[in-house]
Design a protein around this ligand. Structure first.
Ligand code: NAP
Length: 332
């Protein structure tokens, strides 16, 4: 189940054929982030012959590290555990020659080439940079989200909906994501309970109407989830009416939190163009507004947010880097 289960440290067991040379600081390509997009970009850049560094952060692996079973990543007939998938991607990238250092980037300087990417202890130089820092789903801030992450609590209906066939499901949020997820989940649920903190949805009119006319969705207006209960798995959700203060307990197998995402872009705020919600703005394919700086995955993608699409974007960014570096070399 692709659900956030809290901070899991990726046991990488590196048998890296290319032991990182810690004294090396100049690379053709530096990739910031080590989720599906970062690792895929590493595979493609290294295989194309570029000296490539991935700075993975201190918890490499991205959102899939906080996941149990992944059923929808192609190539795994019987599914694969999220952390195992990320370890395999990491090793594949290393086998192609990518240097991976599990350190956090604290600053960047994209004002001139070579670009500078800084950790607390080192300054790296790159002819091209791929930003693959991902996004995190917003949380409700309840203790039960941690306790029942991967055991009923999820942040991705496409990933986890099929685990909840013939069960009652709760969805929190009133935007397009929540409405889209609630509608999708009616394929599996006996009833979908949509919990929204106001009496009016934020979602687009078309999507609202579709959901309001769907008799499998029950709306709980002016309400909030205040507690998540269960034993081995989540079993109940406590809903509070914010106007009356009345609390009700719903029996439910799944809770989908769909209250928005936060792209991990604070680091790049003054360096590249971001939209009003902090997502990287792409100018052409995977190019940002800075020539030589590219972005891949959830850090710019607010629509698909799947491991397979993130991996696809990583591949695209690497191909765009190859074209950019080839053309820059031709100019010299
Ligand atoms: P969003 O538009 O920011 O909506 C977030 C929803 O969650 C809002 O209804 C908000 O309530 C509620 N919320 C926020 N924090 C909360 C909290 N702590 N507790 C309870 N509720 C909370 O996010 P989104 O739905 O993920 O959409 C993000 C963007 O992607 C939007 O631009 C959207 O149009 C787009 N999108 C488009 C599609 C599509 O077109 N198919 C699908 C998905 C997303 P309030 O309304 O009271 O603020």
């Amino acid at each position: 189940m692709a659900a956030d289960a809290g901070a899991t440290v990726l046991e990488t067991n590196d048998d890296n054929p290319k032991t990182p040379d810690k004294s090396k600081t100049k690379f053709d390509v530096v990739i910031i982030g080590a989720g599906p997009s970062g690792y895929t970009a590493g595979i493609y850049c290294s295989r194309a012959g570029y000296d490539t560094l991935i700075l993975s952060g201190i918890l490499p692996g991205g959102q899939l590290v906080n996941t149990t079973e992944v059923e929808n990543y192609p190539g795994f007939e019987n599914g694969i555990m999220g952390p195992d998938l990320m370890i395999d991607m990491r090793k594949q990238s290393q086998r192609m020659g990518t240097t991976i250092i599990d350190d956090e980037v604290v600053n960047v300087d994209f004002r001139r080439t070579p670009f500078k990417v800084l950790t607390a202890s080192e300054e790296y130089e790159a002819r091209a940079v791929i930003i693959a820092t991902g996004a995190n789903p917003r949380k409700l801030g309840l203790e039960g989200e941690q306790t029942f992450g991967g055991k009923g609590v999820s942040y991705c209906a496409t990933c986890d909906g099929p685990f909840f066939r013939n069960q009652e499901i709760v969805v929190v949020g009133g935007g397009d994501s929540a409405i889209e997820e609630a509608t999708f989940l009616t394929k599996f649920a006996t009833t979908v309970h949509l919990i929204h903190r106001r009496s009016e949805l934020r979602a687009s009119k078309v999507m609202q109407e579709r959901a309001l006319n769907n008799n499998k969705i029950k709306f709980h207006w002016d309400s909030a989830v205040t507690d998540i209960k269960g034993n081995q798995k989540m079993q109940q959700v406590v809903i509070k009416n914010l106007k009356t203060g009345e609390e009700t307990t719903l029996d439910a197998g799944g809770l989908f939190v769909a209250i928005g995402h936060e792209p991990n872009t604070k680091l790049f705020k003054s360096q590249i163009e971001l939209d009003d919600e902090g997502y990287v703005v792409l100018k052409n394919k995977t190019h940002t507004n800075i020539e030589g700086v590219f972005a891949a995955g959830d850090v710019h993608d607010r629509s698909y947010r799947q491991a397979i699409t993130a991996a696809g974007f990583g591949c695209m960014a690497a191909i765009d880097v190859d074209k950019y570096l080839t053309e820059s070399a031709d100019k010299q």
